[in-house]
Design a protein around this ligand. Structure first.
Ligand SMILES: Cc1cc2nc3c(=O)[nH]c(=O)nc-3n(C[C@H](O)[C@H](O)[C@H](O)COP(=O)(O)OP(=O)(O)OC[C@H]3O[C@@H](n4cnc5c(N)ncnc54)[C@H](O)[C@@H]3O)c2cc1C
Length: 505
């Protein structure tokens, strides 16, 4: 352990989301001095963007223990542990009181956007004496450039503000930037704030994760109110089943129910689905937006609005002078990659991890929270709380506590491999991790038209829309869908959340 760490006093925490604030609580509890820099005007600035979304994890999973202890000092009324809050409730009942009423209050600087970090007096190349130098953190707060010096840094800036583009190759689709006025990223509030933009319009949603399906479910509710609303689901993957989640096998019931409700919606035919749709170009056609797919010449969808929900990626630009080691694919700390790589693993059974796995070659610098997962999708707040408990212990020199495992995470019930099956009673089979193959579903493949009004496909594509709608598999699926809707009605009223995007977007 270098001297610089045993002498750590000031810990700069970047981002005042749930994990950044939890980090501040743990650091304070350890007798160190946290300074939180938050880009937004208030804490929880990213959560505020999805405040309309209902979380799939109940309060019990959403409150950090050290934060809870700080709040308890203020006579805080702890929310019901089994209640599922919305993003707005997470802010009002937890993050805002934590930031405004506890001893963290004077340690949070809002409107403070971190723009670069270095090591005072040392460029990236210079090694000798580097570890003893404080971090120099530059930030903008509207009053000119500011500087904070700190002994350690926890980067908990999340990924919300750097969404993946529409292009299937990870690059923006050609024309995507020019069409920004018709494109929303993440989870627009289609039933509330953004209703006027989507009501009665033809809306395509691109993606297969929780953000996409949460938006599609909300659009279906909008269609109930405004029947002229048309909904198109564009999925890169050929197989939609993974988007249906683990059903009853998911240890977070609301997360499983989200997938089940979506499976029912797809089976009902109320949204038009196109699988294997790899967006490559976006062009304007009069009032419409033409979203074209790669690999199938002429295949495109013509819509009024496009919602891109293809996941997120970390912003690494302001870390250019920090010595980082990142997994080449996921852009997360290398030790974490095998635990969360969606190519290998998606059960949600991520082993609890902390300072050791999150450490970087730059001594005293750690990623935490959503950003620590890089491009991987399966992050839970609870994971982040355990990360920052461990990091704070390590910074305080309590290596035994830093290494201790204190968390069991709930499984999603979905692994790579075959997706859960629809059973004849209309529920998603609870077959555990890596369950049985899925039933046929009414989705269009490359070249097979889904709806003549919206899709143009390669000339000579055989299957017509009626054949698509009334095939025996479709009729069976519609029957299953109705049964599934009935099975999930018990959760009616819940506006499901979208934590992270599963693979296959
Ligand atoms: C729609 C949605 C629903 C979710 N539902 C759940 C759920 O039910 N249960 C669950 O456990 N998880 C859920 N998650 C996943 C995850 O737990 C949340 O995203 C959570 O907010 C992550 O917390 P965080 O503190 O790591 O990052 P964020 O909440 O993203 O906070 C990062 C903060 O850093 C700030 N910031 C960014 N850049 C800078 C900068 N350069 N300088 C200073 N500040 C900066 C941002 O403004 C933001 O306030 C959900 C995620 C989404 C998107």
């Amino acid at each position: 352990m270098p001297d610089s760490i045993t002498r750590t006093r000031t810990v700069a925490i970047l981002g005042a989301g749930p994990v950044g604030l939890a980090a501040a609580a743990h650091v304070l509890e350890r007798g160190l001095e946290p300074v939180v820099l938050e880009a937004g005007p208030t804490v929880g600035h990213a959560v505020r963007q999805w405040s309309h979304v209902q979380l799939f994890s109940p309060w019990d999973y959403n409150i950090d223990q050290a934060a809870g202890r700080l709040l308890a000092e203020t006579g805080w009324n702890k929310p019901q542990p089994d209640h599922y809050p919305t993003g707005a409730e997470l802010l009002e009942q937890y993050l805002e009181p934590l930031a405004m009423r506890t001893r963290l209050r004077d340690r949070i600087r809002t409107q403070s956007m971190v723009t670069s970090i270095g090591r005072a007096g040392f460029d990236k190349v210079k090694s000798k004496g580097r570890e003893a130098a404080p971090f120099e953190i530059r930030y903008q707060n509207g009053r000119g450039p500011e500087v904070l010096r700190a002994d350690a840094v926890i980067d908990a800036t999340g990924t919300w503000f750097s969404p993946n583009p529409a292009g299937a190759d990870g690059l923006p689709a050609l024309g995507e930037r020019e069409a920004q006025d018709r494109i929303a990223y993440g989870m627009p509030d289609v039933l509330g704030r953004d209703r006027a933009r989507y009501a009665g319009r033809c809306v395509a949603v691109l993606g297969g994760g929780h953000s996409a399906i949460g938006t599609l479910i909300d659009l279906a509710k909008l269609k109930d109110e405004v029947p002229t609303t048309e909904i198109v689901w564009l999925l890169r993957s050929e197989t939609p089943e993974k988007s249906f989640g683990g059903g009853a096998a998911d240890q977070l019931a609301a997360r499983g129910a989200l997938g089940s409700a979506f499976a029912a919606l797809v089976a009902s035919g109320r949204i038009t689905s196109a699988t294997g749709f790899k967006a490559s170009r976006i062009t304007r056609d009069g009032d419409k937006l033409l979203v074209s797919a790669a690999g199938c010449p002429g295949r495109h969808v013509s819509v009024d609005e496009l919602v891109v929900a293809t996941g997120f990626r970390p912003d690494l630009d302001f870390l250019r002078e920090i010595r980082l080691a990142l997994d080449p694919a996921l852009e997360c700390p290398p030790a974490l990659a095998p635990l969360i790589d969606p190519n290998l693993h998606s059960c949600g059974t991520v082993r609890p991890h902390g300072a050791r796995e999150l450490a970087q070659p730059e001594t005293g610098f750690y990623f935490a929270g959503m950003k620590s997962y890089g491009r991987a999708p399966t992050f839970l707040m609870l994971t982040g709380y355990e990360q920052v408990r461990s990091i704070a212990a390590e910074l305080a020199g309590d290596h035994e506590a830093a290494a201790r495992v204190e968390l069991v995470l709930p499984e999603t019930g979905v692994c790579n491999g075959p997706a859960p099956s629809l059973s004849p009673d209309g529920t998603l089979a609870a077959s555990g991790c890596c369950p049985a193959p899925a039933a046929a579903l009414p989705v269009s493949g490359c070249g097979a038209p889904a709806s003549p009004a919206k899709f143009a496909t390669t000339p000579g594509a055989a299957a017509g829309p009626l054949a698509f709608l009334w095939s025996p598999a479709t009729a069976w699926s519609i029957f299953l869908g109705i049964a599934l809707v009935a099975a999930t009605l018990g959760l009616a009223g819940i506006r499901f959340g979208a934590p992270e995007d599963v693979t296959g977007t």
